[in-house]
Design a protein around this ligand. Structure first.
Ligand code: SF4
Length: 314
C-alpha cells in the first residue's frame, strides 16, 4: 500500500509531499465539510496502523524523485491517531531539511503523549470552528468521548509546550458558524490559544454533507479584519506547480485525485500541462470510469471513483 503521495498542490503549503499514516476515514471526527466522505471508523484509540519501516523507506525513495516544498503528515483520517508518528517525523528530519507539517483536527492534544509525539514537527496546523459545544458537535459530529472544552485545553497546553509554528485553521460555514455571536466567541478563544497565525478557510471542494456551504469572499474579509493582524484568508490561493513525472502522467493524476478532488487548474499547475493537455488526460480517465466530474460552488472538480484521500480538510 502506498503511504506517500504527491506532491499535490496545497493552497496553504505550496507543493506538498503527503504521508498517509491512517486507514481510510479513521478519525475522531465526522465533519460535515469533510472532502473525503463520511467517517467509517470513529475512534479515540491510537494504534501503529501502518509499518513504520516501510513508510520511511517509501519516503526515502520518493524524496529522491520528486520536488516538493514541504512534507505533510495528513492522511485519510486523523494522523495523531497514529502512535508512531513521532518516529516518522524523526526519520524525515534525518533525511531532509524540508519542513515537516502536521495537518490535524487538533482533537487529541489534551493527551500528553499525543502532544509529545507532535513536538518535533516544524509546523502544526490544527482546526477550530466554534467556541460553542452545540456548534462544535453540529460541524464535527465528534466521537462521544470528545468535548469542545477538552479540545481547547489541549490546544492551549500544546501552545505552551510547542516551540514551532502553530497555524490555527478556522473553517467557516455559511449559516452555521459565521454569525456575530460565533465569530466573537471564536475571537476570544483564539486569543487564549495564541497561535502564530489564524487561517480562515471555507468549503471549496465537494463536502461530505451538502449542508456545509461556503462563505462568500466579502464575509470572509469582514471576519479577517475582525480577527486582526494574525488572520489571513487561505481560500483559493493560487498554487505554483512544477513539471514532473511526464512518463506516468495518468498514474500521477489518479494518485492525486484519489486523495483529493482537483480542479483542472490545479492539475495544470502541478503537472505543468496546458489546459488542453489536462482535458486530453482526464478524458481517458473519465471514459475508463476511474474518475468523475462533480460541480461544487460553480466550479468543476475531478473526483476519484476509488477511495483514498490525503486530507479531509477543505
Ligand atoms: S475533515 Fe478531517 S477531521 Fe474532519 S472528518 Fe474529515 S478527516 Fe476527519
Amino acid at each position: 500500500m502506498p503511504y506517500v503521495f504527491g506532491p499535490v498542490p496545497s493552497r496553504r503549503l505550496g507543493l506538498s509531499l503527503g504521508i498517509d499514516l491512517i486507514p481510510p476515514k479513521t478519525c475522531t471526527f465526522d465533519c460535515i465539510y469533510c472532502q473525503v466522505g463520511r467517517t467509517t471508523s470513529k475512534t479515540l484509540k491510537t494504534a501503529p496502523f501502518v509499518p513504520v519501516s516501510e513508510v520511511i523507506e517509501e519516503i526515502r525513495k520518493k524524496l529522491v524523485k520528486s520536488e516538493s516544498d514541504v512534507i505533510t503528515l495528513a492522511g485519510s483520517g486523523e494522523p495523531t491517531l497514529n502512535c508512531e508518528i513521532d518516529q516518522v517525523i524523526a526519520a524525515i528530519k534525518k533525511m531532509t531539511e524540508k519542513r515537516v507539517v502536521l495537518l490535524t483536527n487538533g482533537s487529541l492534544f489534551w493527551r500528553e503523549e499525543v502532544r509529545k509525539r507532535a513536538l518535533n514537527a516544524d509546523v502544526i496546523m490544527p482546526t477550530l470552528t466554534s467556541a460553542f459545544e452545540n456548534t462544535f458537535r453540529k460541524i464535527h459530529r465528534p466521537h462521544s468521548g470528545l468535548e469542545l472544552g477538552m479540545v481547547v485545553e489541549g490546544l492551549k497546553t500544546l501552545r505552551q509546550e510547542y516551540k514551532g509554528q502553530l497555524l490555527l485553521e478556522v473553517v467557516l460555514l455559511a449559516g452555521i458558524n459565521d454569525t456575530g455571536k460565533e465569530v466573537e466567541g471564536l475571537k476570544t478563544l483564539i486569543g487564549q490559544i495564541s497561535p502564530d497565525k489564524i487561517q480562515l478557510n471555507t468549503v471549496v471542494r465537494p463536502p461530505a454533507d451538502s449542508k456545509a456551504m461556503p462563505l462568500d469572499r466579502r464575509r470572509l474579509e469582514d471576519i479577517r479584519i475582525f480577527f486582526g493582524d494574525k488572520a489571513e484568508i487561505v481560500v483559493g490561493d493560487p498554487v505554483t506547480g512544477k513539471g514532473k513525472n511526464k512518463d506516468s502522467l495518468a498514474g500521477s493524476l489518479l494518485d492525486m485525485i484519489r486523495r483529493r478532488p482537483l480542479k483542472p487548474v490545479d492539475i495544470s499547475n502541478t503537472l505543468a500541462l496546458s489546459m488542453e493537455e489536462v482535458e486530453d488526460l482526464v478524458k481517458g480517465l473519465l471514459i475508463k470510469g476511474y474518475i468523475r466530474k462533480q460541480e461544487h460552488s460553480g466550479e468543476i472538480y475531478y473526483v476519484s471513483n476509488q477511495q483514498s484521500e490525503v486530507s479531509g480538510k477543505p
